[in-house]
Design a protein around this ligand. Structure first.
Ligand SMILES: [Zn+2]
Length: 319
């Protein structure tokens, strides 16, 4: 581990910490196709594929089987809610830079590609995985699954993503018709995209090791950056305008936004926290910007999470 005094100073120059985000939309689609085609060798680099054709894919760590099963009906309503959210938001994205739109589209595509996943309920996957003697029942590595979360986090999360098992954890109170909850589902799908690319860009041990080391602040920056861009689009660019000039929103303005988006008042704290993150995202408007990354690091640290960045030399810095 390579610790320096002030790694945060290097943030804006850190290259390729999240290579996934440099792919164009076409590249990403090609990537997914390639991922499907080479799924039986899923976690190998291309050189290793040649050198060790029998290398097995990275095992999928399993979901906790003590959690309650999520019904197919619930999954369908989550998917439908997300499609409705996509239909509403797509026309609002046309003024975004094409690169950003391409990044955002990935999550909608991942969701579409998961619609025919026969193992999208985590227990079903788990059962089939065991039946197959500890092997994934599918070679489609872009698939992800759902389960209810039994975690009791310190703050209210509405959804979370577990790498390795590619599981979207649906937390108590998730409502598919709530735009704030769909924004968070979108955020988790950014992590699903990041996970897909990470497992294909690394050898199996490196990928599995990366699951242990904690939360990559840059990956969080990308997930929040896109989530905030969607929220800004839903609010007619109000966030961008106010925050670019160093302004802020008071609670009654925040409540007015919630009313406009038909978000229940019970979600005030969750919504307000996203507005505060947006305040740290603009005016740099850079998902790896110093302000945003610093803010994310402080927030996750306060929650007791292991959070790190990777510098331009590949050194890991914990905070
Ligand atoms: Zn996240």
């Amino acid at each position: 581990m390579n610790l320096t005094q002030n790694p945060i100073e290097d943030l804006t120059t850190a290259p390729n910490t999240v290579p996934a985000n440099n792919l164009s939309r076409r590249d990403f689609i090609q990537f997914i196709s390639a991922a499907i085609a080479t799924a039986t060798l899923s976690a190998c680099s291309s050189e290793e594929r040649k050198a060790k054709p029998k290398l097995t894919p990275a095992p999928a760590p399993l979901a906790k089987i003590t959690d309650k099963e999520i019904s197919n009906e619930t999954i369908v309503s989550i998917e439908r809610g997300f499609k409705a959210f996509e239909a509403e938001i797509r026309p609002l994205l046309k003024n975004l830079p094409p690169d950003l739109t391409n990044l955002i589209n990935r999550q909608f595509e991942l969701m579409d590609l998961n619609l025919d996943n026969p193992y999208k309920e985590a227990h079903t996957f788990h059962h089939e995985y065991q039946k197959a003697g500890g092997k994934s029942p599918t070679n489609k590595t872009h698939y992800f699954r759902y389960k209810y979360s039994s975690d009791k986090p310190k703050v209210e999360f509405i959804a979370s993503f577990t790498r390795g098992s590619r599981t979207i954890n649906i937390h108590r109170g998730f409502n598919p018709n709530n735009k704030l909850h769909q924004l968070y589902l979108f955020h988790e799908l950014v992590h699903a995209s990041q996970d897909l690319i990470a497992r294909h860009n690394q050898d199996t041990p490196s990928y599995l090791n990366s699951l242990e080391i904690g939360i990559n602040a840059f990956e969080e920056g990308f997930a929040y950056g896109q989530e905030i861009e969607l929220l800004n689009a839903l609010l007619g660019n109000a966030l961008e305008h106010r925050f670019n000039t160093g302004g802020s929103f008071n609670d009654s303005e925040i409540q007015a936004f919630m009313k406009w988006l038909e978000i229940p008042t019970g979600d005030f704290l969750l919504f307000k926290s996203l507005i505060i993150i947006a305040q740290n995202y603009y005016p740099e408007r850079n998902p790896n910007g110093k302000n945003l990354i610093n803010f994310i690091i402080q927030e996750y640290k306060a929650l007791g999470k292991k959070i790190y960045i990777i510098d331009k030399n590949g050194g890991i810095h914990y905070f």
